[in-house]
Design a binder for this molecule. Structure first.
Ligand SMILES: *[C@@H]1O[C@H](CO)[C@@H](O)[C@H](O)[C@H]1NC(C)=O
Ligand SMILES: *[C@@H]1O[C@H](CO)[C@@H](O)[C@H](O)[C@H]1NC(C)=O
Ligand SMILES: *[C@@H]1O[C@H](CO)[C@@H](O)[C@H](O)[C@H]1NC(C)=O
Ligand SMILES: *[C@@H]1O[C@H](CO)[C@@H](O)[C@H](O)[C@H]1NC(C)=O
Ligand SMILES: *[C@@H]1O[C@H](CO)[C@@H](O)[C@H](O)[C@H]1NC(C)=O
Length: 346
């Protein structure tokens, strides 16, 4: 007994703290956290719920977060428009359950004319995809306006409540996993309406990306920590996408999110969708080039770049050392994959 306690204490003290910033608790994270994948890599992962993208990217650049998962569009914007040295190590997902959702009283996109729409930031993340959806329905930019509210968790709460903390009425916003399914299981009178699915207009898209400060790649200890985190997430992602693990994966989602089994089942379906789920084209966290091109084209369409007119997006998005996308740590993470985790039970 005493011997066991000593061993446990040794394992606990050996774990390295890893500060992880994220907008949502993804299915991959849920599995890694609930089924002991982080622990297997000697990591004590501290989840930081980010309030909004502005604060989140400042925290990863300052070193407060070791890594942030956020829409790759933010990294594109901050790096190309503002010269911030952010590096994407890989892609986690293609925007699962990304929808335009409204309060029950709004049933048609044309009812949004003249209304405020709540967003994380009017110049980053999903705001340009929202513009794309609305323009596909014939709305001009001048037909609506944005109110800056914060990350998806905050916007979901405001949408369900129907008001912002200052009493201003809420009409519609972009939602994503896991919040879209949360809405779907509410009593009918409270259910948000899904006015449109983003994938109807842009598919595929590259969405959540593993993002770090570029300087982290020049620091051996920090790189080692990042490789272990990525490898744990990679193992969890392979686990998620292996059909035999459906029951245990759903259970991990349910426990992590504290939801019913019915909601967890919806989340599992969204996360494992082969075109829009938590997946990369090669299942190795490689950024979907088509998805990234779509994101950049939408931002360009709505004037979201302040780069020189001859800016070479192809060269700027090609992976490499010191570039927006750098796969060197991802490659190491794949090499140290602990295969025994892939058959962990629940
Ligand atoms: C983002 O969050 C930070 C920290 O909570 C807050 O101080 C700031 O006002 C927020 N910014 C926006 C644009 O919402
Ligand atoms: C970004 O990195 C480049 C190359 O390492 C460096 O020249 C530049 O000063 C850095 N920019 C910022 C804002 O730190
Ligand atoms: C939404 O409104 C537009 C314009 O008012 C109308 O043409 C369309 O049929 C409406 N759609 C639905 C589903 O009510
Ligand atoms: C309420 O907050 C929103 C979001 O910050 C802001 O856009 C809006 O102007 C505020 N409304 C009032 C009446 O202060
Ligand atoms: C996966 O998502 C795409 C895009 O949203 C959708 O068209 C398709 O029906 C989904 N597939 C399944 C099996 O749910």
């Amino acid at each position: 007994m005493l011997f066991r306690l000593v061993i446990c204490a040794a394992i606990v003290s050996a774990a390295d703290v890893f500060n992880y910033g994220a907008f949502t608790q993804t299915a991959t994270y849920s599995i890694a956290n609930q089924l002991g994948f982080f622990a297997a890599y000697g990591l004590d992962v501290v989840y930081h719920q980010v309030p909004n993208s502005t604060a989140a990217y400042a925290s990863v650049l300052s070193g407060e977060y070791d890594l942030l998962t956020g829409s790759i569009d933010n990294a594109v914007n901050l790096r190309f428009n503002s010269g911030k040295n952010l590096t994407v190590l890989g892609q986690l997902d293609q925007g699962p359950d990304l929808v335009l959702a409204s309060i029950p009283g709004i049933t048609n996109i044309s009812q949004l004319i003249g209304k405020p729409l709540i967003v994380d930031s009017p110049v980053s993340g999903y705001a340009y995809l929202l513009r794309k959806v609305l323009s596909s329905y014939g709305l001009a930019n001048s037909d609506y306006f944005f109110q800056t509210v914060g990350g998806t968790n905050l916007r979901y709460a405001d949408l369900i409540g129907g008001v912002l903390p200052n009493g201003s009425a809420v009409y519609a916003t972009i939602l994503t996993y896991p919040f879209t399914a949360y809405g779907e299981v509410l009593p009918a009178a409270q259910q948000p309406n899904i006015l449109a699915r983003v994938s109807t207009f842009e598919n595929p898209i590259s969405s959540s990306a593993f993002t770090v400060a570029q300087s982290a790649l020049d620091d051996g200890d920090q790189s080692d920590l990042l490789v272990r985190f990525l490898s744990a997430m990679y193992a969890a992602n392979l686990y998620l996408n292996k059909f035999q693990n459906q029951k245990c994966a759903t259970k991990a989602i349910q426990t992590q999110l504290s939801v019913t089994s019915a909601t967890a089942a919806l989340e599992y379906v969204a996360a494992t969708n082969l075109t829009s789920g938590e997946i990369s084209p090669d299942k190795k966290f490689t950024v979907s080039q088509a998805g990234l091109n779509n994101i950049i084209a939408v931002r360009e369409e709505f004037g979201g770049f302040s780069v020189a007119s001859d800016f070479d997006f192809t060269a700027a998005t090609a992976p490499g050392t010191g570039k927006l996308i750098d796969y060197s740590l991802r490659d190491k993470a794949i090499l140290i994959l602990q295969r025994k985790l892939l058959s962990v039970g629940c």
